[in-house]
Design a binder for this molecule. Structure first.
Ligand code: ZN
Length: 72
């Protein structure tokens, strides 16, 4: 049961771009970050449903995808 593509928690599982999640930035740089923007938005259930099962709870959706979904 090997996964062909490793999940990169620093990249958006929907578009593959860096999600710049504050929690990941903090882990990378060791510098404390302000609360991530993602803590202040509500992710639509249909948007979350598009995230591959193996990436759920592991990789953050980027701000672009999250806001795009809200503007539909
Ligand atoms: Zn994205």
């Amino acid at each position: 049961m090997s996964t062909p593509t490793a999940i990169d928690p620093s990249r958006c599982p929907l578009c593959g771009q860096p999600n710049r999640c504050a929690m990941e930035v903090q882990r990378e740089t060791g510098v404390a970050q302000p609360p991530c923007w993602c803590t202040g938005v509500t992710f639509d259930a249909t948007l979350l449903a598009r995230v591959p099962a193996e990436a759920q709870q592991r990789a953050c959706i980027c701000q672009v995808c999250a806001t795009a979904a809200r503007n539909v």
